[in-house]
Design a protein around this ligand. Structure first.
Ligand SMILES: Cc1ncc(COP(=O)(O)OP(=O)(O)O)c(N)n1
Ligand SMILES: Cc1nc(C(=O)O)sc1CCOP(=O)(O)O
Ligand SMILES: [Mg+2]
Length: 214
């Protein structure tokens, strides 16, 4: 498993129709998203398990890690590559014990470097900050600013930025220290999701020598 991921971390939109979910996600993986998070805030436990299993096979076919949002027990049960937990989603130490040492375990740290440092001590293997921009998916999300990303680089785990990120505003977050840009609407609400994934890739291009980005 690549311990130094860099690129687009696509997060699924809430879709009750599993066939539609798969047909939305497949082109995004084919176009080069490097991680996928299964997030569905409305499905019941049975549908979430069914959707997570179908996404896991799709991700395996594309060689893309699948992480499950909110529910580390589901991640452990289906053998997903990891889980993502926020402040209301249970303790990181129990999740780490259940998932094993090699699984990805992400923690939402909002705008707090102190939360991030505690999360790493508790077993997180990446930390996420946000929201960096107004988020259509989560309009009430707490806001974070880019200097947090460079501060977090010292924690020694991949750093994820989330919240209202688009191909047009993502590059400064990468330049500030984000390894992964986590995105829902900027990919899945784009008129052409494949083109959006390719446009996100340019946020990770190094500037040409001598090129100014002021
Ligand atoms: C990569 C990533 N970062 C942050 C979140 C948000 O997690 P949380 O605060 O638990 O909110 P919900 O996603 O559960 O609404 C995330 N899911 N992924
Ligand atoms: C799920 C989530 N968590 C956030 C945080 O700031 O912790 S922002 C967010 C929504 C991300 O969706 P979009 O790319 O559409 O803004
Ligand atoms: Mg959560």
């Amino acid at each position: 498993m690549n311990r130094h991921p860099r690129g687009l971390y696509a997060i699924t939109p809430d879709l009750a129709d599993t066939a539609r979910l798969l047909s939305c996600v497949e082109p995004v993986l084919a176009a080069g998203a490097c991680w996928l998070q299964y997030r569905n805030k409305h499905a019941d436990a049975g549908l979430r398990e069914q959707q997570a299993l179908e996404l896991l096979s799709l991700c395996r076919r594309h060689g893309v890690p699948l992480l499950v949002n909110d529910d580390w027990r589901l991640a452990a049960r289906i053998g997903a590559d990891g889980a993502h937990l926020g402040e209301d989603d249970g303790g990181l130490p129990a999740a780490r014990r259940a998932l094993g040492p090699d699984a990805w375990l992400g923690a939402s740290c909002y705008d707090s470097i102190e939360l991030a440092s505690k999360a790493v001590a508790d077993g997180a293997s990446y930390v996420a900050f946000g929201a960096f921009f107004p988020s259509p998916t989560k309009p009430g999300a707490r806001r974070a600013t880019a200097p947090l990303l460079s501060e977090a680089s010292a924690l020694g785990v991949p750093v994820v930025a989330i919240g209202g990120i688009s191909p047009d505003n993502g590059r400064p977050l990468v330049e500030a220290g984000a390894d992964l840009l986590a995105v829902i609407s900027g990919v899945f609400d784009a008129p052409d999701p494949r083109a959006a994934v390719r446009a996100f890739a340019t946020c990770f291009d190094s500037p040409h020598p001598g090129e100014s980005r002021e």
